[in-house]
Design a binder for this molecule. Structure first.
Ligand SMILES: Cc1cc2nc3c(=O)[nH]c(=O)nc-3n(C[C@H](O)[C@H](O)[C@H](O)COP(=O)(O)OP(=O)(O)OC[C@H]3O[C@@H](n4cnc5c(N)ncnc54)[C@H](O)[C@@H]3O)c2cc1C
Length: 424
C-alpha cells in the first residue's frame, strides 16, 4: 500500500532545537516519517564554537556537524538542506508547506524551530566590507581569516557573543575595543557584580571597553572599513568590525499560521505548545514560562543550547502524545578566551548576592538569592561551585546565604531543603 504522504512530521529549522527534537522523537519510540528542513547548506551543526575556538582555527568544519547523512536515513528522517519553508498553512491535522525550491510538503504534525537572526548595525557604513556578524558557519568562515589578520578590531555590543569574539581577537594579537550602548557588559543576562568582574578581566587582557557609547557611523575607504565614529565625535580605527547586538526571533511562519507571537518570540506554554494547541515550537524562536524565572514578570526568552535542547525534548513529547513539562534549570556557559563562565538559574530577580572566592584572581562564584532562597549561580573558574548550585536548584534545594561565602567549605556540603531556611 502506498504510504500516506500527509502522515508525517514537518520540522522547520535544522539547528540545535530541530535536531534535538528529531532525536527525542526517535528516543521516545516515535517511528513516523519526519521531514527536517533547513535553509542553511550544512546539515545541523553546533554554533557555540563559531564565536570561540572555530574563529581561532581550532576546529575543522566537519567536527561541528552533529551527524552524517546515514544517521538521518537510518532513522527515517528526510533532511532537506539549503531550502527554506516560505509558506505554510494548516487546518487541524492537515497541513502543507511550500519550500523556496517550489516543492510542497504535506504534514500532519508540525514543529517550528526557526531560531533567530542577528540584528544588523543600523548606521551608515554598516554594510562595508570588514563589518561582520556571527550566527552561521558561513558567517564564521568569512570572519575567521580576517580576524586572524586584523590589527584593530571594534566589537559593537558587550553581550556574550561580542565578548567571546573580542577575547579571541585579543588573544590573536589585535588591538580590541568593545563599544557597549548600556552602562554595563552582559546587562541583559548577568548580575551587576558579574558584569563588573568580566569588565575588569577583559581590561586586564588589554581590551578597551567603552560603555554607554553608540557607534553613529562606520567609516570606510574604497569600500573597506577603516574605523567607527562614536556618538561623542571620536573615532576608533578598525580593520574589522564585529556586530553583536542581539538577535530577533524568526516568527514569520508562525505569523502566517495565525499563532500568537510577541516581540520576544512565538508564545508557547510549558509543554512547548503554541496557541493553536497543535503546533509545537522550541529554541531561540520562542518565548514561554519558566519556573526558574523568579521575580521576572511574564514569559522569558532564553537563547542557549541547553534551553533549545530541553525545550525541544518537551516539544517532541507533546507531538508524540505524552506532554511533559519543560521545567529544567536554565544553564549556560561562555568561554571568553581563557575565562570560563558558567551559569545556572536566572539571577535577574535577585535581592541579595553572595560573593564566594577571589574575584580579582578570576576564581569566584556569585550566588543570587531572592527572599532568602537561592535562585542562581554565576561562576568564573569555579566549576565545583557551579555544579553544586545547579544540582541544588534541580532538586528544589537551597544553600544558606550566610554560609555560602566561606570558600573553605565545599558548597555541595551546604545544600539543604528550602523550607529549612525559608523565612516565612
Ligand atoms: C556565535 C554563537 C555562539 C553561541 N555560543 C553559545 C554558548 O557558548 N553556549 C550556549 O548555550 N549557547 C550559545 N549560543 C546560542 C545557541 O547556539 C542557540 O541558542 C541555539 O543554537 C538555538 O537553537 P535553535 O535551534 O533555536 O536555533 P538555531 O540553532 O539558530 O537553528 C535555527 C535554524 O532554522 C533555520 N531556519 C529558520 N527559518 C527557516 C525556514 N523558514 N526554513 C528553513 N530553515 C529555517 C535557520 O537558518 C537555522 O539554521 C551561541 C549562538 C551563536 C550564534
Amino acid at each position: 500500500m502506498p504510504r500516506d504522504e500527509s502522515a508525517r512530521t514537518l520540522v522547520v529549522g535544522a539547528g540545535q532545537a530541530g535536531i534535538s527534537l528529531v532525536t527525542a522523537l526517535r528516543e521516545l519510540g516515535d517511528t513516523r516519517p519526519v521531514v527536517l528542513v533547513g535553509d542553511e547548506p550544512e546539515p545541523p551543526y553546533e554554533r557555540p564554537p563559531l564565536s570561540k575556538s572555530y574563529l581561532r582555527g581550532e576546529h575543522d568544519r566537519d567536527s561541528l556537524v552533529f551527524h552524517d547523512t546515514a544517521w538521518f536515513a537510518d532513522r527515517g528522517v528526510e533532511l532537506v538542506t539549503g531550502d527554506a519553508v516560505v509558506a505554510i498553512a494548516r487546518r487541524a491535522s492537515a497541513g502543507s508547506a511550500t519550500l523556496a525550491s517550489g516543492r510542497t510538503v504535506a504534514f500532519d504534525r508540525l514543529a517550528l524551530t526557526t531560531g533567530a537572526v542577528n540584528r544588523a548595525l543600523p548606521v551608515e557604513g554598516g554594510d562595508l566590507a570588514g563589518v561582520h556578524t556571527v550566527r552561521t558557519l558561513a558567517d564564521a568562515d568569512l570572519l575567521a581569516p580576517r580576524l586572524r589578520a586584523a590589527r584593530a578590531v571594534v566589537v559593537v555590543g558587550g553581550g556574550f557573543i561580542g565578548l567571546e569574539i573580542a577575547a579571541g581577537a585579543r588573544a590573536l594579537g589585535a588591538a580590541v575595543t568593545v563599544v557597549e550602548a548600556t552602562g554595563r557588559l552582559l546587562g541583559r543576562s548577568a548580575s551587576p557584580l558579574l558584569s563588573d568582574a568580566v569588565h575588569d578581566a577583559h581590561e586586564r587582557r588589554g581590551t578597551r571597553i567603552l560603555l554607554a557609547t553608540n557607534p553613529v557611523r562606520v567609516l570606510g575607504d574604497d569600500g573597506n572599513v577603516t574605523g567607527v565614529e562614536l556618538g561623542d565625535g571620536t573615532t576608533v580605527p578598525a580593520d574589522v568590525v564585529v556586530v553583536g547586538i542581539g538577535a530577533v526571533p524568526r516568527t514569520e511562519l508562525a505569523e502566517q499560521l495565525g499563532l500568537l507571537v510577541e516581540p520576544g518570540g512565538i508564545v508557547v506554554d510549558g509543554q512547548a505548545r503554541t496557541s493553536d494547541g497543535l503546533t509545537v515550537a522550541a529554541g531561540d524562536c520562542t518565548i514561554g514560562p519558566n519556573p526558574f524565572a523568579r521575580g521576572l514578570p511574564g514569559p522569558v526568552r532564553l537563547e542557549s543550547v541547553p534551553h533549545a535542547t530541553d525545550q525541544a525534548r518537551a516539544a517532541a513529547a507533546t507531538l508524540a502524545g505524552h506532554p511533559t513539562a519543560y521545567d529544567r534549570v536554565p544553564w549556560f556557559w561562555s568561554d571568553q578566551a581563557d575565562l570560563r563562565l558558567q551559569m545556572a538559574g536566572l539571577p535577574q530577580g535577585a535581592d541579595q548576592t553572595v560573593v564566594r572566592g577571589d574575584v580579582a584572581a578570576e576564581r569566584f562564584s556569585l550566588l543570587s538569592y531572592r527572599d532568602g532562597l537561592l535562585i542562581a549561580v554565576e561562576s568564573v573558574g569555579a566549576p565545583a561551585d557551579y555544579l553544586a548550585v545547579k544540582r541544588a536548584l534541580e532538586k528544589g534545594m537551597t544553600i544558606p546565604a550566610d554560609a555560602a561565602a566561606d570558600s573553605s567549605v565545599p558548597l555541595k556540603r551546604l545544600i539543604t531543603r528550602a523550607r529549612d531556611t525559608d523565612p516565612s
